[in-house]
Design a protein around this ligand. Structure first.
Ligand code: ARG
Length: 465
C-alpha cells in the first residue's frame, strides 16, 4: 500500500503519526545518505536474485532495475530528492522508486528487511573505506621512505625517557614509523578480509521462508560468502569495531610522529622547520610559526579512540539481534574514517615538506654524553673489562667531564687514564657521533649501511622507483 501524506512506510498499524521530536531522534538520513550508492547496489542484487528464483517476475525486475538506474543517475547529478521525513536512506530509495515506477517498487522489499539491508550497505561502505584508507597509509609510508632515503647518514640524538641516549640516524628514525604504519595497513586489510561476508537475506533476524539464493547476492556484491547465522548477520558490528580499533591504533602512531614534529620544530630543539604551507602564525606574537596540523593530529587520535569507545559502548549490552542503538554505528564509523584520512593526508604533507636541519641535529647528537656506551664498549673490547666494570668506569669519566663542563671527546688522554690506565688514544675514534652510529651495524640497527638497505627494500616494496 502506498503510504499517504504524513504516513510512514511501516504505518499500517498506527492511527497517529510520530511526533516531530520522535522524527528528529529517529531520522538517520543525514548520516546514512552516504551509503546511497551501496543501497542501490544491494537492491539491484536482491531484485535480480528474486527474479532468478522466480519470486519476482522478469518484467517487475526490469522495472525495478530501470528505476534504480534512474535513481543512480539522479544521485550522480545531485538531483535525487533526499527527504528527511522518510527517516533513512533505505526508505528514501524505495519511496523514490515507487514514484518512478509505481507498483513493482513495492515488491522489492520481499524477503528482506531494513535490518539486513542496512548492515549490507554498511559492510560495503566500510570495505571501500578500508581500501581508501590503506592507500592513504601507503602514501604516507612512501613520503617517509623518500625522506629516510635522503637522510640515511643524517645524525641526530636518539632518546629514551626523552633524555639523550645514543646517536641514531634520521633515516632510521623515520623508517620506524614506516614499520608501524605497515602493521596498521595490514590490520586494515585483515579487517576488510574478515568483514567480507554478506548479511543480505538474513531478513529481520531469522531468515526468510522465500526460496532465496544468498550465494547469488553475496557474489553479486563481491562478498566471499553469505553470513552463516542470520542473528549474527543483523546483530553484529564487530567489523566496525575492528575497523575503528585499527584506526585508533593507527592514529596513535600518527600522533606520536606529530608530537615529534612539535618537539623538533620548537626553537628549543631546532631540528626542523615546517614550511609556510604547514605552519600557522599567531595573532599577537609575530615571531610564531606554529605546527597546528601536528597538534590537531595529536588531539584527533583521542577523538578516534573515543569514537571506537562510543561504538563499543553501544554494542556491549545489546541482546541479539538488531536494536536501534545500532543506527549510530555509522555516524561514529564515518567520522572515524574521515578524521583518520584527513590526519594521514596532513601528515604526508608535513613529512614531504618539512625541512630538517642536519647541523642542529648532529650538534645535539654530540651533546649529553651520547657516546658513553661506545666508551664502555671500547673498554670491554680493547681493555678486556667486564661490561659492568666498564660501565662504572665510564660513569666516572662522565662525572669528570661534567665537572669540567666538557664533552667526552674534549677530555685529555691523561684525564681518561686517571680513571682507567688501560685507555689509549685509540678510544677517541669511537667517541664521535658518526663513529657511534656507524658502528651499530646489527640487523635493524641505526648505521647508515643498514638504513640504506632498509630504504632500498621499502622503495621496492612500495614500488617507489
Ligand atoms: N536506519 C536504520 C539503521 O541505521 C535502518 C534499520 C532499521 N531497522 C529497524 N528495525 N527499525 O539502523
Amino acid at each position: 500500500m502506498n503510504p499517504g501524506k504524513g504516513q510512514t512506510m511501516w504505518g499500517g498499524r498506527f492511527a497517529a503519526t510520530p511526533s516531530d521530536i520522535m522524527n528528529e531522534i529517529n531520522a538517520s538520513l543525514d548520516v546514512d545518505r552516504r551509503m546511497a550508492g551501496e543501497d542501490v547496489a544491494a537492491s539491484r542484487a536482491h531484485a535480480d536474485m528474486l527474479a532468478q528464483m522466480g519470486i519476482l517476475s522478469a518484467s517487475d525486475n526490469e522495472a525495478i532495475q530501470s528505476g534504480l538506474d534512474m535513481i543512480a543517475a539522479e544521485m550522480r547529478a545531485g538531483t535525487f530528492p533526499f527527504r528527511r521525513e522518510l527517516e533513512d536512506i533505505h526508505m528514501n530509495v524505495e519511496a523514490r522508486l515507487r514514484e518512478l515506477i509505481g507498483e513493482p517498487a513495492g515488491r522489492l522489499h520481499t524477503a528482506r528487511s531494513r535490518n539486513d539491508q542496512v548492515v549490507t550497505d554498511f559492510r560495503l561502505w566500510t570495505r571501500g573505506a578500508l581500501a581508501q584508507t590503506s592507500h592513504l597509509v601507503t602514501a604516507l609510508q612512501a613520503a617517509l621512505v623518500r625522506r629516510a632515503g635522503e637522510n640515511t647518514s643524517t645524525y641526530m640524538p636518539g632518546f629514551t625517557h626523552l633524555q639523550t641516549a645514543q646517536p641514531v640516524t634520521l633515516g632510521h628514525h623515520l623508517l620506524a614509523y614506516v614499520e608501524m604504519l605497515e602493521r596498521d595497513r595490514t590490520r586494515l586489510l585483515d579487517c576488510a578480509w574478515r568483514l567480507n561476508e554478506c548479511p543480505l537475506g538474513a531478513a529481520a533476524l531469522a531468515g526468510t521462508g522465500f526460496p532465496i539464493d544468498r550465494d547469488m547476492t553475496a557474489e553479486a556484491l563481491g562478498f566471499a560468502r553469505p553470513m552463516a547465522n542470520s542473528l549474527d548477520a543483523v546483530g553484529s558490528r564487530d567489523f566496525a569495531l575492528e575497523a575503528l580499533s585499527t584506526l585508533s591504533i593507527g592514529a596513535t602512531h600518527l600522533s606520536r610522529l606529530a608530537e615529534e614534529i612539535v618537539l623538533w620544530t620548537s626553537p628549543q630543539f631546532g631540528f626542523a622547520q615546517l614550511p609556510d604551507e604547514w605552519s600557522t602564525g599567531s595573532s599577537i606574537m609575530p615571531q610564531k610559526r606554529n605546527p597546528d596540523a601536528a597538534e590537531l593530529i595529536r588531539a584527533k587520535a583521542s577523538l578516534i579512540t573515543g569514537l571506537f569507545s562510543a561504538l563499543q559502548g553501544a554494542v556491549k549490552a545489546l541482546p541479539l539481534a538488531y536494536a536501534k542503538d545500532l543506527q549510530d554505528d555509522k555516524r561514529l564509523t564515518f567520522e572515524a574514517f574521515d578524521t583518520f584520512d584527513l590526519c594521514a593526508r596532513a601528515m604526508a604533507g608535513m613529512v614531504e615538506t618539512i625541512r630538517f636541519k642536519p647541523d642542529m641535529m648532529q650538534a645535539a647528537a654530540g651533546r649529553g654524553y651520547s657516546t658513553a656506551t661506545d666508551l664502555a664498549d671500547w673498554l670491554v673490547r680493547e681493555a678486556g673489562l667486564p661490561f659492568r666494570d666498564a660501565h662504572h668506569a665510564t660513569g666516572q669519566i662522565v662525572a669528570l667531564a661534567e665537572s669540567k663542563g666538557a664533552e667526552l671527546a674534549e677530555l685529555s688522554l691523561a684525564d681518561l687514564q686517571k680513571v682507567n690506565s688501560a685507555i689509549t688514544k685509540d678510544v677517541f675514534n669511537v667517541l664521535t657521533v658518526e663513529a657511534s652510529a656507524s658502528s651499530r651495524t646489527s640487523y635493524g640497527g641505526t648505521s647508515p649501511v643498514r638504513v640504506a638497505e632498509q630504504v632500498a627494500q621499502w622503495t621496492q616494496r612500495l614500488r617507489l622507483e
